[in-house]
Design a protein around this ligand. Structure first.
Ligand SMILES: [Zn+2]
Length: 232
C-alpha cells in the first residue's frame, strides 16, 4: 500500500505556513506511476503555494517491492548498520526471504532499486564495486576513488559497469567488468557474510560493509598461507 501523511511546512522562501503531502511508504505494484515519480525525485518536490519557492524535501520513505522481493528504506543521513522496527517486522512477518535495506542517500536508494530489479545480489555488487574501485585507482596513478554506483548491467554481453567519482574534483569514470568478478564476489559473500544474510530488520550494505568483508576474506587467505607454510 502507499501511505501518505499531510505535513505542515514553513516555506523557506517566504515563511508562510503551508501543507505538503508526504509519502511514508510506497508500493510500485499498487501505483504504476509512483516508481517513475520517486526515481525522478518528483515525490520529494515542494512548491510553496504562496510564493512559488521550490525545494527538495528530505524525509524517510519506505519502498516496498514485493514482486522483486525487496524493501528499501531511505532514511536521510542514517548512520546505523541495522534497524529493527517492531511495527514493520510484525506487519510483514509472513514474508520471508525479502531483502531489507536502509540507505542514507537518494543516490544509494536509486542504486538499490536498480540492483534488485535486475535480480542481482547487492552484497556481491558492493564487493565487486569495491574491488574494481581499487583497480581503477591503480590505473589512474593511485588517485582517490571512493563513491561509485552500478550504472550498467548486461547479462547478454556478460558485463556490468560502475561509475566512480575520482580525485579531488570527483570526475566521473566508468569502468566495465566481466560478470565473473561478480560471481567470485558472490562466492566470497556466501562464505564470509552468511551471517549478515540472516540478520533481522533493515541493514545497510555499503562500501564500509564491503571493506569489512574484504578484510575478513584477506585475513582468512593470509592465515591459510601461514598454515601451509607451517605444515611444510
Ligand atoms: Zn513561500
Amino acid at each position: 500500500m502507499s501511505d501518505k501523511v499531510i505535513k505542515a511546512i514553513v516555506c523557506p522562501g517566504c515563511g508562510e505556513l503551508s501543507k505538503a503531502e508526504i509519502h511514508t511508504s510506497i508500493n510500485p505494484a499498487r501505483d504504476k506511476t509512483i516508481r517513475k515519480r520517486v526515481l525522478d525525485g518528483e515525490l520529494f518536490d515542494f512548491r510553496c503555494p504562496s510564493c512559488g519557492y521550490t525545494a527538495k524535501l528530505n524525509y524517510p520513505l519506505l519502498y516496498n517491492d514485493m514482486k522483486n522481493r525487496f524493501m528499501v528504506y531511505l532514511i536521510p543521513k542514517i548512520d546505523r548498520f541495522q534497524l529493527c522496527d517492531n511495527e514493520l517486522e510484525n506487519k510483514y512477518s509472513n514474508l520471508r526471504n525479502i531483502n531489507k535495506r536502509i540507505v542514507p542517500t537518494f543516490n544509494a536508494f536509486k542504486e538499490k532499486l536498480f540492483i534488485f530489479e535486475s535480480g542481482l545480489d547487492d552484497m556481491a555488487v558492493e564487493l565487486t564495486k569495491l574491488a574494481i574501485s581499487q583497480t581503477v585507482s591503480k590505473k589512474l596513478g593511485n588517485i582517490e576513488v571512493n563513491e561509485g554506483y552500478l550504472s550498467m548491467y548486461d547479462r547478454e554481453t556478460n558485463t556490468m559497469g560502475f561509475t566512480y567519482f575520482t580525485g579531488k574534483d570527483k570526475e566521473p569514470y566508468v569502468q566495465t567488468a566481466r560478470l565473473e568478478i561478480y560471481g567470485k564476489s558472490k562466492g566470497i559473500i556466501d562464505k564470509f557474510a552468511y551471517k549478515d544474510k540472516k540478520l533481522k530488520g533493515f541493514i545497510k550494505i555499503d562500501r564500509e560493509w564491503a571493506e569489512n568483508v574484504l578484510y575478513r576474506y584477506k585475513h582468512f587467505r593470509h592465515m591459510e598461507k601461514v598454515r601451509k607454510l607451517n605444515e611444510d
